[in-house]
Design a protein around this ligand. Structure first.
Ligand SMILES: [Zn+2]
Length: 494
């Protein structure tokens, strides 16, 4: 389905109906014909029009028109899923909306079960009694073919902190249907139509310092180890990270030990702190987990995309800020124990709270799976809690100014290391490529560097560097406080 917005204003002459509308017109015509036939027979009580399920294309219509559309009193219900608004509405209302938007009527999904919302449903989930209606961001709306055996939970569960298992269900996590909510909003709809976000105060030269070859070399180094939290090779990856951050001038590199239960396993975060040149009142955390898993983690868990890609992204951003020193203190963090249930991120978030520093954190930027796209649409998902939703606009501004990315946003965080920060009141933001649900090597022994599409990581890193630089306060046009060794950090190491 094309979801290009129909920007035609209400005042102009009508254009020919699009195919979806023509089919709607046909069915209305049929209904009228049937009505005429009925008129010849004894009078019947008028039937209320049966509401239809439809998708409305909303890409780029703007926050103001979107808000008005969702408030339309004739909608029985609506759900916003990135570029489409799924609605249940009477035919007359759909015909009216079709004058301003692309409207596509949907067939009634098969089955007798309830509608459900599914989080993180994989494209290869197979037939598990679920009929898909629409997808957007991490969410899928669908219908069960039969009643579920137990009542479905309501989202969010436990503050949004899903505990991922080492064998995450490919069919995702199912929740009770709850309409009239934004599940995923396109970045193009964060602002009113025609209104540009405030430009970022960022020196473009810093964004251009992102070196995707250097990033890919780090991914390849990390993917050479089995980084399963319960294995032994992950210790070599930990030590490699300590050494790489240790090469950067003025970084204070530490490890943080914690345990992962069942069975109790020791694990370590790697934390590299770059002291701010300013008063030290602001802190930024840039994180991504370095542990990985697979269907046979004791045998192999290369985790190139999940998540050498994000961890190498943390290192790449550290290498850039080693040259363009920020006013804020920045902690670059590589976490372990993520795949068993966010244990590393939780240990770090709690230690920030314990040290009394939580209120000084202006951004916790999490990168998890940033190096893959399944198609030419460079879509990135940016996710944070509703408290800090204003940050999403900064990512959209950065993406517009410095990348070819299409941003999709979500304000119900779950399933990665930003969640423990969000749950402790800090502005945790996840950036993840939006095709991760179709990445064929997810949690497989085949998640190798050759499966990646580096252009995706390059764009996400450019967006993230821009936001980081703005929030951490790197002075404009300062081209290196240190030695002027921009971009000269080694891409590979002995
Ligand atoms: Zn991950």
């Amino acid at each position: 389905m094309s979801t290009r917005p129909n920007r035609r204003s209400r005042g102009r002459a009508a254009r020919p109906l699009r195919p979806a509308l023509r089919s709607l017109g046909l069915s209305l015509g049929l209904a009228l014909a049937l009505g005429a036939a009925a008129a010849a027979t004894p009078p019947l009580a008028p039937l209320a029009p049966v509401p239809s399920l439809a998708r409305i294309g909303i890409d780029g219509i703007g926050a103001d028109r979107l808000t008005a559309l969702e408030a339309d009193p004739e909608l029985h219900w609506w759900l916003e899923l990135d570029r489409v608004l799924v609605v249940l509405a009477p035919p007359g209302a759909l015909a009216r909306l079709g004058r301003d938007f692309e409207v596509e009527l949907l067939a009634e999904p098969p089955g007798s079960g309830p509608f459900v919302l599914v989080r993180d449903r994989r494209r290869d989930a197979g037939d598990d009694g679920f009929a898909e209606i629409a997808r957007g961001g991490r969410w899928t709306l669908g219908r069960l073919r039969a009643e579920p055996e137990a009542p479905l939970p309501a989202w969010p569960v436990g503050g949004g902190e899903l505990v991922p298992s080492e064998r995450a269900p490919r069919g995702g996590h199912r929740f009770a249907f709850a309409p009239n909510r934004v599940l995923a909003r396109a970045g193009s709809n964060l602002f009113p139509a025609g209104e540009e976000p405030e430009p970022l105060a960022v020196d473009p030269e810093i964004v251009d310092a992102v070196d995707v070859d250097r990033w890919f070399a780090a991914v390849s180094d990390l993917a050479a180890w089995n980084r399963w939290t319960r294995g032994t090779e992950i210790h070599e990856a930990r030590d490699w990270l300590v050494a790489r951050f240790g090469e950067l001038p003025d970084f204070l590199v530490t490890t943080q030990q914690f345990t992962v239960p069942s069975p109790t396993t020791n694990a370590w975060n790697v934390l590299a702190t770059l002291p701010g040149l300013g008063s030290g009142a602001r802190r930024v955390i840039v994180g991504g987990h370095y542990d990985s898993t697979s269907e046979s983690p004791a045998v192999a868990a290369p985790g190139a995309e999940d998540n050498a890609s994000g961890c190498a992204g943390v290192l790449e951003m550290a290498r850039i800020l080693a040259v363009w020193r920020p006013a804020a203190t920045v902690v670059f963090a590589c976490y372990s124990g993520e795949e068993q249930g966010l244990y590393g991120g939780t240990a770090h978030a709690q230690s920030v709270v314990n040290e009394g520093l939580a209120s000084s954190v202006v951004l916790m930027l999490n990168m998890d799976m940033i190096g893959y796209t399944g198609d030419s649409d460079l879509d990135v998902l940016v996710e944070t809690g509703s408290t800090h939703a204003a940050l999403l606009g900064r990512f959209q501004a950065a993406a517009t100014a410095f990348t070819g990315l299409r941003v999709v946003t979500d304000t119900s965080p779950g399933g990665s290391d930003h969640v423990p920060f969000v749950n402790r009141g800090m502005p945790g933001v996840l950036t993840i490529e939006n095709d991760y649900g179709s990445y064929p090597h997810y949690h497989r022994t085949t998640d190798l560097p050759g499966a990646l599409t580096p252009v995706m990581a390059e764009n996400i890193l450019r967006m993230n560097v821009a936001v980081l630089v703005e929030l951490a306060g790197v002075p404009l046009f300062a081209d290196g406080f240190e030695s002027g060794g921009k971009g000269q950090w080694p891409a590979t190491t002995p």
